[in-house]
Design a protein around this ligand. Structure first.
Ligand code: ADP
Length: 606
């Protein structure tokens, strides 16, 4: 993230902020300067000829830029139609009053005659103008105006001349003809220059778009692509800021001079609306503009439009363009482009629509690549898990196997019946341990089968737990450990056999990790939609450092008191799987030397 140009990432929790005032984009140098020197010379020659040959006091040519008219050529010293004489070239005034004046004036060949008493006031108090001219666009003379229209009939400029002629209009036909020739020449040059300028602008935008595509094509991360694309787009389209939202991941990225003006609005609330708007725009291959002076393809409610306009006004912006980012038949996200000033041209709209398509495709590719990478990573994890598992299982089997082998050797040479019995018992214990381990491993494998969760029925947890307590009774009584059960008639949906294993493992551990005189308390209670099963003991407890990992395979406590008791480290891994298969959770609380408490939460079945 760089200073000034700020890029922030908000994951759906957008923090409400004070709406900032964004800087208005100043018109670029190109906008006020005439783009083509030769044409500027030709126009200057026209106005000077009219001034010197025809005798007008002041002659000027203005071209239309958005809703303003900018003076690009002038001759003479009187006040100008496009601004007082004190204004230099490039000074501009609102277009509205000039349009009114043109409508009120009388036709005169290619010209129109605007009388001084038609003087139009401007809504803008031009403080730099001399006081009498502040509110008057023309005058004190009559003015001749030649509107310059393009092929589509749009007003693109005005040639105006004032003063120097009696009654403000040509006295003879020859002068009329001469004036028509000047008007035709000015029209030709202005339209040619504007067309030339438009073509240059189109080339510039296309080049930016091409640069953008080539820059981001090699990036695999969508965020990287945005970081690369945002400054290019911002410069090419004179943006004050841009926001990108990816619908699937609800990722929001922002690039701009000031904080995102819309960051205070609740992204998630408007998400369905935004999705629909983007989908509809994408299906029609269109962009939408909401602005103070321009509105195209609006796909939202009048209330939202009003709210957006207010936000624009508050932050000193003119308009917002919504560009859908799409691939195939759906919109995957949207770009919000903010502009401080200036109309969005048709060409800009077309280029930005293509940019949306390129970014959308890139986004889908990035997502596919991400999924692929995740899969590859998962495969690697599985591979390493498999290696660890094989070596741990081999190690776990080797210990009892070594005992069986050494006792078998001992048995071959045993002489007394007592020795034979002792070795046979040891071998049976080793074999039982191996069988237990293999059984647990097979159970883990079965629990991981996806179909395991499908066969379910209503199971009374109290009845299962009572059976488990009874199962442990001989061991607990022999060890002088009391086991108490208090249970309501809670019912859960699941596999009885698995729930039995889960409860047996927890009670078995509670007994195993307790000493004579300790107590084990098992409680089952329904709390609202949840059945809570608690197995608490006053036994040896668990080291705080061990707590985190005990639900993993082959994980055992590390303290001597634990390791002195037999175990494989698979019991809690099995508990965890069974609980998860039943859409529940299991937690443990423990204090060393004070005992442990396992809490299982399962959804209650009614
Ligand atoms: P193990 O075969 O070692 O008992 P488990 O997976 O059942 O394997 O338990 C993992 C570890 O969790 C045990 O080694 C022990 O350190 C700890 N543990 C489990 N239950 C208790 C308990 N009730 N009291 C103290 N420690 C326990």
């Amino acid at each position: 993230m760089t200073e000034g140009r700020q890029l922030s990432v908000n994951e759906h929790a957008l923090v409400p902020i004070e709406a900032p005032r964004l800087a208005r984009t100043e018109p670029s140098a190109d906008e006020s300067r005439w783009p083509d020197e030769r044409m500027a010379v030709a126009l200057q020659m026209t106005v000077e000829a009219m001034h010197e040959v025809v005798g007008f006091e002041t002659v000027s040519i203005g071209i239309v830029r958005d809703d303003r008219i900018v003076t690009i050529a002038k001759a003479g010293t009187g006040p100008f139609i496009h601004g007082p004489v004190t204004h230099g070239l490039g000074s501009d005034l609102p277009l509205g009053p000039i349009e009114v004046l043109l409508a009120r004036s009388e036709p005169l060949g290619a010209w129109r005659h605007g009388r001084a008493d038609h003087a139009v006031t401007t809504d803008r108090a031009d403080v730099s103008a001399p006081a009498p001219l502040r509110s008057r666009l023309i005058g004190p003379y009559d003015t001749l105006l030649a509107p310059i229209h393009d092929g589509q009939g749009r007003l693109r400029g005005v040639l105006s001349a004032a003063g120097g002629l009696p009654n403000g209009r040509p006295a003879d036909n020859a002068t009329c003809l001469k004036l028509d020739t000047y008007a035709a020449r000015a029209t030709r040059v202005v339209l040619a220059a504007l067309e030339h300028e438009e073509r240059r602008e189109q080339i510039r935008l296309l080049e930016s778009a091409r640069l953008l595509v080539s820059n981001v094509a090699g990036t695999n991360s969508f965020r990287d692509a945005f970081e690369l694309a945002a400054p290019i787009l911002a410069a090419a389209f004179r943006l004050t800021g841009m926001r990108l939202a990816a619908f699937e991941t609800e990722q929001v990225l922002w690039h701009g001079d000031a904080p995102d003006p819309a960051s205070h609005d609740d992204y998630n609330t408007h998400l369905p609306l935004r999705r629909r708007a983007a989908d509809s725009l994408w299906s029609e291959q269109a962009v939408s503009i909401i602005g103070l002076g321009q509105e195209t393809n609006v796909r939202t409610t009048p209330e939202r439009v009003a709210a957006i306009k207010q936000m624009l006004m508050r932050t000193g912006l003119d308009s917002l363009m919504l560009v859908p980012l799409g691939a195939a038949d759906r919109a995957v996200g949207a770009l919000w482009l903010y502009r401080g000033t200036g109309h969005w041209t048709d060409h800009e709209q077309r280029v930005l629509k293509d940019v949306g398509r390129d970014l959308g495709r890139l986004f889908v590719n990035a997502q596919a690549l991400y999924a692929e990478q995740r899969l590859a990573q998962r495969m690697q994890e599985l591979e390493s898990y498999k290696r660890t598992l094989i070596s741990t299982i081999s190690h776990e089997l080797r210990t009892p196997l070594a005992g069986i082998l050494s006792n078998a050797e001992f048995l071959v040479n045993a002489e007394s019946a007592t020795d034979i019995r002792r070795s046979a018992h040891a071998m049976a214990r080793g074999a039982a341990r191996m069988t237990g381990l293999v059984d647990e491993l097979l159970l883990i494998a079965r629990l991981d089968e996806p179909s395991r969760t499908c066969e379910t029925r209503l199971v009374g947890l109290a009845e299962v737990t009572r059976e488990a307590v009874e199962l442990h009774r001989p061991v607990s009584e022999r060890a002088d450990i009391t086991v108490e059960l208090s249970a309501d008639d809670s019912v859960v949906l699941g596999r009885r056999e698995d729930l039995m294993v889960m409860v047996t493992n927890l009670i078995g551990n509670a007994v195993k990790y307790s000493d004579p005189g300790d107590r084990v308390r098992v409680e089952i209670e329904r709390r609202e939609d949840t059945v809570v099963l608690e197995v608490a003991d006053t036994g040896i407890g668990i080291e705080p450092n061990d707590l985190e990992r005990l639900f993993g395979e082959f994980q055992r406590g590390t303290d001597a008191a634990t390791l002195a008791r037999p175990g494989s480290g698979l019991g809690l891994a099995i508990v965890d799987r069974i609980v998860r298969n039943h859409h529940g959770t299991v937690e443990v609380e423990s204090a060393r030397g004070e005992g442990s408490r396992f809490i299982v939460l399962l959804p209650a079945a009614d």
